[in-house]
Design a protein around this ligand. Structure first.
Ligand code: PEP
Ligand code: MN
Length: 338
Protein backbone atom coordinates (compact mmCIF):
# COMPACT_ATOMS: atom_id res chain seq x y z
CA UNK A 1 0.00 0.00 0.00
CA UNK A 2 1.24 3.46 -0.86
CA UNK A 3 -0.12 6.67 0.59
CA UNK A 4 0.50 9.73 -1.58
CA UNK A 5 0.25 12.96 0.38
CA UNK A 6 -1.11 16.24 -0.88
CA UNK A 7 1.61 18.79 -1.55
CA UNK A 8 0.04 21.06 1.07
CA UNK A 9 -0.04 18.35 3.78
CA UNK A 10 1.27 19.76 7.05
CA UNK A 11 3.82 18.11 9.34
CA UNK A 12 1.09 17.63 11.96
CA UNK A 13 -1.13 15.84 9.43
CA UNK A 14 1.76 13.61 8.32
CA UNK A 15 2.61 12.76 11.93
CA UNK A 16 -1.03 11.97 12.61
CA UNK A 17 -1.09 9.49 9.69
CA UNK A 18 2.20 7.91 10.80
CA UNK A 19 0.90 7.45 14.36
CA UNK A 20 -2.34 5.96 13.07
CA UNK A 21 -0.74 3.37 10.78
CA UNK A 22 1.74 2.35 13.47
CA UNK A 23 -1.12 1.80 15.88
CA UNK A 24 -2.70 -0.46 13.25
CA UNK A 25 0.49 -2.56 13.24
CA UNK A 26 1.83 -1.28 9.90
CA UNK A 27 5.41 -0.19 9.34
CA UNK A 28 5.62 3.12 7.45
CA UNK A 29 8.48 4.19 5.17
CA UNK A 30 8.30 7.84 4.41
CA UNK A 31 9.95 9.35 1.40
CA UNK A 32 10.01 13.11 1.12
CA UNK A 33 10.59 14.39 -2.38
CA UNK A 34 10.73 17.89 -3.76
CA UNK A 35 7.37 17.28 -5.45
CA UNK A 36 5.62 14.54 -3.52
CA UNK A 37 5.81 12.92 -0.16
CA UNK A 38 4.91 9.27 -0.12
CA UNK A 39 4.41 6.77 2.69
CA UNK A 40 4.93 3.10 1.87
CA UNK A 41 3.19 0.72 4.26
CA UNK A 42 4.31 -2.78 5.10
CA UNK A 43 2.31 -5.20 7.27
CA UNK A 44 -1.26 -6.44 7.67
CA UNK A 45 -3.34 -4.22 5.42
CA UNK A 46 -6.70 -5.62 6.50
CA UNK A 47 -6.88 -3.02 9.28
CA UNK A 48 -7.16 -0.34 6.62
CA UNK A 49 -10.54 -1.67 5.52
CA UNK A 50 -11.95 -0.52 8.83
CA UNK A 51 -10.00 2.73 8.88
CA UNK A 52 -9.58 3.92 5.29
CA UNK A 53 -6.66 6.33 5.11
CA UNK A 54 -8.28 8.36 2.32
CA UNK A 55 -10.37 10.17 4.90
CA UNK A 56 -7.34 11.57 6.72
CA UNK A 57 -6.50 15.21 6.08
CA UNK A 58 -3.39 15.56 3.93
CA UNK A 59 -3.92 12.32 1.99
CA UNK A 60 -4.17 12.65 -1.79
CA UNK A 61 -4.67 8.99 -2.57
CA UNK A 62 -4.02 5.47 -1.37
CA UNK A 63 -2.81 2.92 -3.89
CA UNK A 64 -3.15 -0.78 -3.34
CA UNK A 65 -0.10 -2.72 -4.42
CA UNK A 66 -0.91 -4.65 -7.54
CA UNK A 67 1.86 -4.22 -10.06
CA UNK A 68 5.44 -4.35 -8.76
CA UNK A 69 5.98 -0.80 -10.02
CA UNK A 70 3.31 1.26 -8.35
CA UNK A 71 3.80 4.96 -8.93
CA UNK A 72 4.93 4.32 -12.49
CA UNK A 73 1.92 2.20 -13.39
CA UNK A 74 -1.26 3.09 -15.25
CA UNK A 75 -3.14 1.85 -12.20
CA UNK A 76 -1.71 4.77 -10.27
CA UNK A 77 -2.44 7.29 -13.01
CA UNK A 78 -4.64 6.65 -16.03
CA UNK A 79 -3.82 9.78 -18.05
CA UNK A 80 -0.48 10.21 -19.82
CA UNK A 81 1.98 12.27 -17.85
CA UNK A 82 3.30 15.34 -19.56
CA UNK A 83 6.80 16.17 -18.36
CA UNK A 84 7.62 19.85 -18.79
CA UNK A 85 11.25 20.81 -19.15
CA UNK A 86 10.80 24.53 -19.63
CA UNK A 87 8.04 26.68 -21.05
CA UNK A 88 8.93 25.55 -24.57
CA UNK A 89 9.33 21.80 -24.39
CA UNK A 90 7.38 18.95 -22.85
CA UNK A 91 7.43 15.17 -23.29
CA UNK A 92 4.13 13.34 -23.62
CA UNK A 93 2.40 16.20 -25.40
CA UNK A 94 1.25 16.47 -29.00
CA UNK A 95 4.46 18.28 -29.87
CA UNK A 96 7.29 15.71 -29.91
CA UNK A 97 10.68 17.06 -28.76
CA UNK A 98 13.75 16.08 -30.76
CA UNK A 99 17.01 16.17 -28.81
CA UNK A 100 20.08 16.33 -31.02
CA UNK A 101 23.79 16.90 -30.66
CA UNK A 102 27.14 15.17 -30.49
CA UNK A 103 27.80 12.03 -28.46
CA UNK A 104 30.50 13.88 -26.50
CA UNK A 105 31.04 17.56 -25.90
CA UNK A 106 34.40 18.10 -27.57
CA UNK A 107 34.92 21.87 -27.67
CA UNK A 108 32.93 25.06 -27.23
CA UNK A 109 33.18 25.98 -30.90
CA UNK A 110 32.27 22.47 -32.07
CA UNK A 111 29.22 22.37 -29.84
CA UNK A 112 28.14 25.84 -31.00
CA UNK A 113 28.38 24.85 -34.67
CA UNK A 114 26.36 21.66 -34.18
CA UNK A 115 23.81 23.38 -31.94
CA UNK A 116 23.18 26.09 -34.53
CA UNK A 117 22.60 23.49 -37.21
CA UNK A 118 20.29 21.22 -35.24
CA UNK A 119 18.33 24.21 -34.00
CA UNK A 120 17.86 25.43 -37.57
CA UNK A 121 16.59 21.96 -38.51
CA UNK A 122 13.98 22.02 -35.72
CA UNK A 123 15.58 20.31 -32.71
CA UNK A 124 14.36 21.73 -29.40
CA UNK A 125 16.98 20.28 -27.09
CA UNK A 126 20.74 19.74 -27.17
CA UNK A 127 22.54 16.61 -26.04
CA UNK A 128 26.22 16.00 -25.36
CA UNK A 129 28.17 13.95 -22.84
CA UNK A 130 30.61 15.57 -20.42
CA UNK A 131 31.06 12.40 -18.35
CA UNK A 132 31.20 9.47 -20.76
CA UNK A 133 30.55 5.81 -19.91
CA UNK A 134 33.21 4.31 -22.20
CA UNK A 135 33.71 0.58 -22.53
CA UNK A 136 37.47 1.12 -22.36
CA UNK A 137 39.09 3.19 -19.60
CA UNK A 138 41.65 4.35 -22.19
CA UNK A 139 39.02 6.01 -24.41
CA UNK A 140 38.03 9.68 -24.13
CA UNK A 141 36.15 10.09 -20.85
CA UNK A 142 34.61 13.52 -21.44
CA UNK A 143 35.53 17.11 -20.58
CA UNK A 144 33.81 17.06 -17.18
CA UNK A 145 32.77 20.39 -15.70
CA UNK A 146 34.38 22.33 -18.56
CA UNK A 147 31.97 20.53 -20.92
CA UNK A 148 29.01 21.38 -18.70
CA UNK A 149 29.92 25.06 -18.96
CA UNK A 150 29.96 24.83 -22.75
CA UNK A 151 26.61 23.05 -22.69
CA UNK A 152 25.00 25.69 -20.53
CA UNK A 153 26.35 28.58 -22.60
CA UNK A 154 25.40 27.04 -25.94
CA UNK A 155 21.95 25.96 -24.76
CA UNK A 156 21.28 29.51 -23.64
CA UNK A 157 22.64 31.06 -26.83
CA UNK A 158 20.39 28.96 -29.09
CA UNK A 159 17.37 28.61 -26.82
CA UNK A 160 17.79 24.84 -26.60
CA UNK A 161 16.98 22.77 -23.51
CA UNK A 162 20.02 20.76 -22.43
CA UNK A 163 20.63 17.18 -21.35
CA UNK A 164 23.74 15.33 -20.29
CA UNK A 165 24.50 12.02 -18.66
CA UNK A 166 25.17 11.68 -14.94
CA UNK A 167 27.14 8.58 -13.97
CA UNK A 168 28.01 9.20 -10.34
CA UNK A 169 25.94 10.20 -7.31
CA UNK A 170 28.68 12.70 -6.43
CA UNK A 171 28.07 14.64 -9.66
CA UNK A 172 24.29 15.03 -9.43
CA UNK A 173 24.41 18.45 -7.79
CA UNK A 174 27.12 19.79 -10.08
CA UNK A 175 25.46 18.56 -13.29
CA UNK A 176 22.07 19.72 -12.07
CA UNK A 177 23.42 23.24 -11.70
CA UNK A 178 24.32 23.39 -15.42
CA UNK A 179 21.68 21.48 -17.42
CA UNK A 180 17.89 21.16 -17.72
CA UNK A 181 17.64 17.36 -17.74
CA UNK A 182 19.61 14.42 -16.42
CA UNK A 183 20.26 11.37 -18.53
CA UNK A 184 20.76 8.04 -16.81
CA UNK A 185 22.63 5.87 -19.28
CA UNK A 186 21.90 2.28 -20.19
CA UNK A 187 24.86 1.05 -18.15
CA UNK A 188 23.56 2.75 -15.03
CA UNK A 189 19.89 1.85 -15.33
CA UNK A 190 20.18 -0.30 -12.23
CA UNK A 191 22.52 1.95 -10.27
CA UNK A 192 19.98 2.31 -7.50
CA UNK A 193 21.85 4.88 -5.44
CA UNK A 194 22.16 7.08 -8.55
CA UNK A 195 18.43 6.65 -9.26
CA UNK A 196 17.66 7.73 -5.70
CA UNK A 197 19.98 10.70 -5.94
CA UNK A 198 18.31 12.11 -9.08
CA UNK A 199 15.02 11.22 -7.41
CA UNK A 200 15.80 13.78 -4.72
CA UNK A 201 15.80 16.55 -7.32
CA UNK A 202 12.87 17.74 -9.41
CA UNK A 203 14.76 17.87 -12.72
CA UNK A 204 13.44 15.73 -15.58
CA UNK A 205 15.33 12.44 -15.88
CA UNK A 206 15.70 10.57 -19.16
CA UNK A 207 16.03 6.97 -18.07
CA UNK A 208 17.60 4.81 -20.74
CA UNK A 209 16.74 1.15 -20.84
CA UNK A 210 19.63 -1.13 -19.88
CA UNK A 211 21.31 -3.16 -22.60
CA UNK A 212 19.85 -6.42 -21.27
CA UNK A 213 17.02 -5.13 -19.12
CA UNK A 214 13.49 -6.41 -19.38
CA UNK A 215 10.69 -3.86 -19.64
CA UNK A 216 9.72 -4.72 -16.08
CA UNK A 217 13.23 -4.06 -14.77
CA UNK A 218 13.28 -0.75 -16.64
CA UNK A 219 9.97 0.29 -15.07
CA UNK A 220 11.20 -0.81 -11.64
CA UNK A 221 14.19 1.49 -12.09
CA UNK A 222 11.84 4.35 -12.91
CA UNK A 223 9.97 3.45 -9.70
CA UNK A 224 13.14 4.18 -7.71
CA UNK A 225 13.16 7.75 -9.03
CA UNK A 226 9.44 8.34 -8.50
CA UNK A 227 9.41 6.74 -5.07
CA UNK A 228 12.14 9.14 -3.98
CA UNK A 229 9.84 11.99 -4.94
CA UNK A 230 10.75 12.99 -8.51
CA UNK A 231 7.86 12.23 -10.87
CA UNK A 232 9.58 13.79 -13.90
CA UNK A 233 10.85 10.67 -15.62
CA UNK A 234 10.97 10.05 -19.36
CA UNK A 235 11.67 6.45 -20.37
CA UNK A 236 14.05 6.00 -23.30
CA UNK A 237 14.29 2.85 -25.43
CA UNK A 238 17.84 2.80 -26.83
CA UNK A 239 18.13 -0.70 -28.22
CA UNK A 240 18.86 -3.96 -26.48
CA UNK A 241 21.51 -6.59 -27.00
CA UNK A 242 20.36 -9.48 -29.17
CA UNK A 243 22.08 -12.20 -31.22
CA UNK A 244 22.18 -9.83 -34.21
CA UNK A 245 25.61 -8.44 -35.07
CA UNK A 246 24.78 -6.30 -38.12
CA UNK A 247 23.67 -3.49 -35.85
CA UNK A 248 25.08 -2.25 -32.55
CA UNK A 249 21.82 -3.03 -30.74
CA UNK A 250 18.25 -3.93 -31.69
CA UNK A 251 15.62 -1.22 -31.36
CA UNK A 252 12.78 -2.80 -29.44
CA UNK A 253 9.77 -1.10 -31.00
CA UNK A 254 7.48 -3.37 -28.96
CA UNK A 255 8.93 -1.88 -25.78
CA UNK A 256 7.74 1.61 -26.73
CA UNK A 257 4.16 0.37 -27.04
CA UNK A 258 4.35 -1.93 -24.00
CA UNK A 259 5.88 0.72 -21.73
CA UNK A 260 3.20 3.20 -22.78
CA UNK A 261 0.52 0.64 -22.05
CA UNK A 262 1.90 -0.20 -18.61
CA UNK A 263 2.96 3.27 -17.55
CA UNK A 264 1.69 6.83 -17.67
CA UNK A 265 5.25 8.10 -18.21
CA UNK A 266 6.33 9.39 -21.63
CA UNK A 267 8.45 6.98 -23.66
CA UNK A 268 11.05 8.25 -26.11
CA UNK A 269 13.62 6.52 -28.32
CA UNK A 270 17.28 6.87 -29.18
CA UNK A 271 17.69 5.44 -32.69
CA UNK A 272 21.41 6.32 -32.74
CA UNK A 273 22.55 3.92 -30.03
CA UNK A 274 19.82 1.47 -31.03
CA UNK A 275 21.34 1.02 -34.49
CA UNK A 276 24.96 2.16 -34.26
CA UNK A 277 24.94 3.00 -38.00
CA UNK A 278 24.11 6.44 -39.36
CA UNK A 279 22.59 4.98 -42.52
CA UNK A 280 19.70 3.36 -40.66
CA UNK A 281 19.15 5.89 -37.88
CA UNK A 282 16.44 7.55 -40.00
CA UNK A 283 14.44 4.35 -40.49
CA UNK A 284 14.58 3.56 -36.78
CA UNK A 285 13.62 7.14 -35.85
CA UNK A 286 10.59 7.12 -38.16
CA UNK A 287 9.49 3.75 -36.79
CA UNK A 288 9.84 4.88 -33.16
CA UNK A 289 7.76 7.97 -33.80
CA UNK A 290 5.11 5.99 -35.66
CA UNK A 291 4.96 3.51 -32.77
CA UNK A 292 3.98 6.29 -30.36
CA UNK A 293 7.38 7.58 -29.20
CA UNK A 294 7.07 10.80 -27.21
CA UNK A 295 10.51 12.10 -28.12
CA UNK A 296 13.69 11.29 -30.02
CA UNK A 297 17.36 11.62 -29.20
CA UNK A 298 19.64 11.68 -32.22
CA UNK A 299 23.42 12.03 -32.40
CA UNK A 300 24.63 14.66 -34.88
CA UNK A 301 28.22 15.66 -35.72
CA UNK A 302 29.60 17.89 -38.44
CA UNK A 303 32.76 15.81 -38.83
CA UNK A 304 31.83 12.27 -37.82
CA UNK A 305 35.17 10.79 -38.93
CA UNK A 306 36.94 12.88 -36.32
CA UNK A 307 34.29 12.58 -33.57
CA UNK A 308 35.70 11.64 -30.14
CA UNK A 309 32.96 9.00 -29.78
CA UNK A 310 30.18 7.36 -31.80
CA UNK A 311 31.08 9.00 -35.14
CA UNK A 312 29.82 5.93 -37.01
CA UNK A 313 26.27 6.51 -35.83
CA UNK A 314 26.24 10.31 -36.01
CA UNK A 315 24.24 12.06 -38.70
CA UNK A 316 25.73 14.96 -40.64
CA UNK A 317 23.70 18.13 -39.99
CA UNK A 318 22.33 18.05 -43.55
CA UNK A 319 21.09 14.48 -43.14
CA UNK A 320 19.56 15.38 -39.81
CA UNK A 321 17.67 18.24 -41.43
CA UNK A 322 16.39 15.82 -44.11
CA UNK A 323 15.28 13.38 -41.43
CA UNK A 324 13.44 16.14 -39.57
CA UNK A 325 11.44 16.85 -42.74
CA UNK A 326 10.49 13.15 -42.97
CA UNK A 327 9.64 13.01 -39.28
CA UNK A 328 7.23 15.91 -39.66
CA UNK A 329 5.25 13.85 -42.16
CA UNK A 330 5.24 10.78 -39.90
CA UNK A 331 4.17 12.95 -36.97
CA UNK A 332 1.23 14.27 -38.94
CA UNK A 333 0.15 10.72 -39.80
CA UNK A 334 -0.01 9.80 -36.08
CA UNK A 335 -1.58 13.05 -34.96
CA UNK A 336 1.57 14.53 -33.44
CA UNK A 337 3.76 17.50 -34.32
CA UNK A 338 7.53 17.87 -34.69
C1 PEP B 1 24.86 8.30 -24.92
O1 PEP B 1 23.72 8.80 -24.96
O2 PEP B 1 25.87 8.82 -25.44
C2 PEP B 1 25.02 6.95 -24.30
C3 PEP B 1 26.18 6.55 -23.84
O3 PEP B 1 23.88 6.26 -24.29
P1 PEP B 1 23.54 4.79 -23.70
O4 PEP B 1 23.62 4.91 -22.23
O5 PEP B 1 22.17 4.53 -24.21
O6 PEP B 1 24.57 3.84 -24.28
MN1 MN C 1 26.91 8.05 -27.92
Amino acid sequence: MIVVLKSEATEAQIQHILDKVQKLGLKPHISRGVEKTIIGLIGPEDALQVTPLEIYPGVEKVIPVLSPYRLVSREFKKENSVIRVNDRIAFGDKQVPVIAGPCSIESLEGLRRIAGQVKAAGATALRGGAFKPRTSPYDFQGLGEEGLKYMQAVGKEFGLATVTEVMDTRDVELIGSYVDMFQIGARNMQNFSLLREVGKTHKPVILKRGISATIKEWLMSAEYVLSTGNFNVILCERGIRTFETETRNTLDINAIAVAKQKSHLPVMADPSHATGRWGIVGAAARAALAAGGDGLMIEVHDNPQEAFSDGEQSLLPGNFAGLMRELRRVAEAVDRRI
